[in-house]
Design a protein around this ligand. Structure first.
Ligand SMILES: *[C@@H]1O[C@H](CO)[C@@H](O)[C@H](O)[C@H]1NC(C)=O
Length: 267
């Protein structure tokens, strides 16, 4: 420890766990140890590129599921991808990819230019988010064509490759992107020509071949959601750290058979 006397009082309050340094890099990678909801610890990787104006967050759940979040600020797009491990002995595939694309709202996550400057003082500390944000429920009723997805964001192609027929978005977000001039042919109402009202939830369905409404819930356990400001010697406030958040998302979407919604079991 430094003797506290070398820090003026105003500076001492700014010695936070995370510091924003004045560096000139455009890319950065940060590894953070994060405690999951079930008490287990995972290694989370946060990458950012201020030139492309993107941030990505990735971690593995205790059950093996890989969760990836990508914010594309230029295109107002966020992508949440889950690679869910299957049980081949139960006739399931090795893993199933799910890609959920929705509108990135202003202020959901700190800007990429702040993210590239983020350094952590003690990488061994296990972190939990300072603010737990509530569950957001999203009804995913449109599909995105992977081949044409670059019209919306160039990052969908690589991130959602393993999700193939499971790339979903919402009508209200599509409306917003169309107004921004995004090509409309990449979106399709999903499912087409199928009446979904009155369809049972997959958790209430026992027949593996029956169409049903699947839901998938994930929690982004730790991400920098806001900038913290400190005050120097009477000068105006400056950025000196971040506030961390965790947030849960529940996605509801149609599946043509219960078998494709293997995690949605009545427990
Ligand atoms: C996606 O778009 C391409 C190019 O227009 C088309 O050939 C392909 O059939 C589309 N895929 C789906 C699943 O609609």
């Amino acid at each position: 420890m430094y003797p506290s006397s070398i820090f003026p009082a105003s500076l001492r309050i700014c010695v936070v766990i995370f510091a924003l340094l004045l560096s000139v890099s455009v890319c950065s990678e940060l590894k953070v140890r994060v405690r999951l909801n079930d008490g287990q610890i995972t290694a989370e990787t946060l990458e950012s590129d201020s030139e492309q104006d993107i941030i990505s967050v990735e971690f593995r759940h205790t059950d093996g599921t890989l969760i990836t979040f990508l914010a594309d600020f230029k295109r107002h797009v966020k992508i949440l991808r889950a690679l869910v491990l299957g049980e081949p002995e139960r006739g399931q595939t090795q893993y199933q990819g799910l890609c959920f694309i929705s509108r990135l709202e202003h202020g959901e996550i700190i800007p990429s230019e702040a993210m590239v400057r983020l350094r952590q003082k003690n990488p061994h500390v296990v972190r939990t988010a300072e603010e737990k944000r509530g569950l957001e429920r999203l009804s995913m009723n449109m599909a995105v064509n992977l081949t044409l997805s670059w019209h919306l964001s160039s990052h969908i192609r690589s991130l959602c490759r393993d999700a193939q027929d499971f790339i979903y978005t919402r009508e209200q977000d599509v409306k917003y992107w169309l107004e921004k001039g995004v090509e409309g042919s990449i979106f399709k109402v999903f499912p087409q020509n199928v009446e979904t009202t009155g369809l049972p939830s997959c958790s209430a369905t026992t027949d593996p071949w029956q169409p049903c409404l699947c839901s998938y819930t994930l929690r982004l356990e730790w991400y920098p959601c806001m900038l913290k400001y400190c005050r120097g010697h009477g000068s105006s406030p400056y950025k000196c750290g971040i506030r961390s958040c965790s947030k849960a998302y529940r996605f509801d979407f149609y599946t043509s058979r219960k078998q494709l919604c293997m995690w949605d079991e009545e427990s």
